[in-house]
Write a protein that binds this ligand. Structure first.
Ligand code: SF4
Length: 327
């Protein structure tokens, strides 16, 4: 591991000032991803700004939304009474992620900022445009079994690994950030980026900006929700495909719907057209299959991930069936 400076500010302004003036500085909180990346030489920050002393771990309900501080632990959020009551889909997604040990260390801010698990990104002997811009994409013609079927570019075909973020994009969350120019709010759907020509940038955070909280509006998605994660073993594995499904059903008619997928794109993949195809229809398997067809428009596979073209629509149907059946 390379040598680095370490600071642990007690004021948010000090953390932002330090981050803004040093492009080689990185925020650390739980460290469950960053430390791995540093040990392997994938990320080599020269300064770590430990924000664990900042008061950013509250979970509260204000007005018509639930606000979760960036330092709230994944495990604590998944078990929080308020979250279970108002946002059960988020709790399900969090519990599907990582292991209990990691959930008790990893923070909400860190979860959304975690890096892809593309093997080429982690192996510094192999080309990777995300790790080293201009070096090429090893996965494009390589072993791309875990990779994207939507929104990729010829520079990067990686997927975002977070389960929590799939639920948050479906639930229309907003990311609250604070930076040298003040505070701003970023709709969750616009927080992560598609790779384009600059896959090294995962998000639309500006230099010096710190994620302080995430806000989720109240909605009628407290009953018919399901987070389905398809993975190669029962726990502690990243999704091959995941689906966050939330329905509002009245008299077997779908009044409102939210749908998003994970494991299929460089960002949590919201399926707005498929949602439109659900609204006003009866909550039947036929409706769900039609929505899944809409969701898959534009999907394209690579040599080793063609299975996702079948797995993804089947997962959408299964997630919607389970959500609809929840009494
Ligand atoms: Fe790197 Fe992205 Fe290609 Fe993976 S898919 S090797 S992360 S550029």
């Amino acid at each position: 591991m390379n040598q680095f400076q370490y600071m642990r500010p007690t004021k948010q302004k000090a953390a932002i000032d330090a981050l803004a003036k040093d492009p080689n500085a990185k925020i650390i909180a739980g460290g469950t991803n960053l430390i791995d990346l540093m040990k392997r030489g994938v990320m080599t920050p020269l300064k770590l700004i430990d924000i664990n002393k900042l008061p950013l771990n509250k979970i509260e309900h204000e007005g018509n939304s639930t606000r979760i501080g960036a330092l709230a632990l994944n495990g604590a959020v998944a078990e929080d009474k308020l979250v279970l009551e108002k946002q059960p889909l988020l709790a399900q997604a969090l519990n599907a992620g990582a292991s209990a040990q990691l959930r008790n260390m990893a923070t909400v801010g860190g979860n959304m900022l975690q890096r892809t698990r593309c093997h080429y990104f982690y192996d510094t002997a192999l080309p990777c445009n995300k790790r080293e811009p201009g070096s090429g994409c090893g996965a494009l013609e390589g072993y791309n079994r875990m990779h994207a079927i939507f929104g990729f570019s010829d520079k990067c075909i990686a997927v975002h690994p977070s389960d929590m973020s799939v639920a948050l994009v479906a639930l229309d969350a907003t990311v609250l950030v604070s930076g040298p120019k003040g505070d701003r709010r970023i709709p969750f759907a616009e927080f992560h980026r598609l790779p384009g020509d600059t896959p090294q940038q995962d998000t639309n955070l500006a230099q010096g900006e710190l994620v302080t909280a995430v806000e989720i509006p109240d909605a009628a998605f407290t009953k018919h929700v399901h987070y389905l994660k398809v993975r190669e073993r029962a726990s502690y594995a990243f999704a091959l495909v995941s689906v966050a499904a939330a329905l509002s059903i009245d008299n077997n008619t779908i009044k409102d719907a939210r749908l998003a997928m994970g494991g299929v794109a460089h960002k949590p993949w919201r399926l707005t057209e498929a949602e439109k195809a659900l609204i006003g229809k009866p909550a039947t398997e036929e409706t769900f299959r039609q929505a899944a067809e809409v969701a898959m428009r534009g999907a394209k596979a690579f040599k080793y991930n063609a299975y996702k073209l079948k797995l993804a629509p089947n997962s959408i149907v299964q997630a919607l069936k389970t959500a609809a059946a929840v009494a």
